[in-house]
Design a binder for this molecule. Structure first.
Ligand SMILES: Nc1ncnc2c1ncn2[C@@H]1O[C@H](COP(=O)(O)OP(=O)(O)OP(=O)(O)O)[C@@H](O)[C@H]1O
Ligand SMILES: O=C(O)C1=C[C@@H](O)[C@@H](O)[C@H](O)C1
Ligand SMILES: [Mg+2]
Length: 170
């Protein structure tokens, strides 16, 4: 299968870049968080509150196992890359791009967002530690790491498209 997965921490730009890349490469775009919300009929904060985080993690893995569409772009949730099984599915079914944004920028983007339950319950220090603890998994799972600092969304999207085409040509 030949999908493009965007991985990385909350707020690194997966959804924003995914939408633009979909337009540029003329491929359908799926946002995993949105797909899960649609399937379950509950918001992410509701899923976390009513069923717990572990249940949400199971929904993420189920989504990856059951999703059938080929030739598409998928922006993943920030925690998806932590499970080994998810890492394997993504690497075996597509090209994995990690959007590597600096933490202070991530924090500026996410700290007031009420739709991110993990952020709502934690201090800046705790979220920074989470970012640090996840970094290696993002890096190791990705075929390509794209550093987003000092780049506009347009530049990141163009660079991602360039890398995708380069790897397809190999
Ligand atoms: N390089 C960038 N320059 C300017 N703004 C950006 C950049 N990348 C992302 N943003 C903005 O930051 C916000 C968060 O980005 P986005 O929602 O795409 O993150 P995400 O990785 O999908 O997060 P989540 O894991 O929570 O789904 C959005 O408002 C987006 O437009
Ligand atoms: O980083 C995370 O663990 C999360 C990121 C979001 O995309 C959502 O998937 C959810 O809020 C959990
Ligand atoms: Mg997103």
């Amino acid at each position: 299968m030949n999908r493009i997965y965007l991985i990385g921490f909350m707020g690194c730009g997966k959804s924003a870049v995914g939408r633009r890349l979909s337009f540029l490469l003329k491929l359908p775009f799926y946002d995993m968080d949105k797909e899960i919300v649609r399937q379950v009929g509950k918001t992410i904060p509701e899923i976390f509150e009513q069923h717990g985080e572990e249940y949400f993690r199971q929904l993420e893995t189920q989504f990856l196992r059951n999703f059938k569409q080929d030739h598409c772009i998928i922006s993943t949730g920030g925690g998806v890359t932590m499970r080994k099984e998810n890492q394997k599915i993504m690497r075996n079914t597509g090209l994995v791009l990690f959007l590597d944004a600096p933490f202070r920028e991530i924090w500026r983007r996410i700290h007031r967002d009420p739709n991110r339950p993990i952020v709502r319950q934690s201090t800046r220090e705790e979220i920074e530690a989470l970012h640090k603890s996840r970094y290696k998994a993002y890096k190791q799972t990705a075929h390509i790491t794209i550093r987003t600092e000092f780049r506009t969304l347009r530049q990141i999207t163009q660079y991602a498209a360039f890398q995708v085409n380069r790897l397809k040509g190999e």
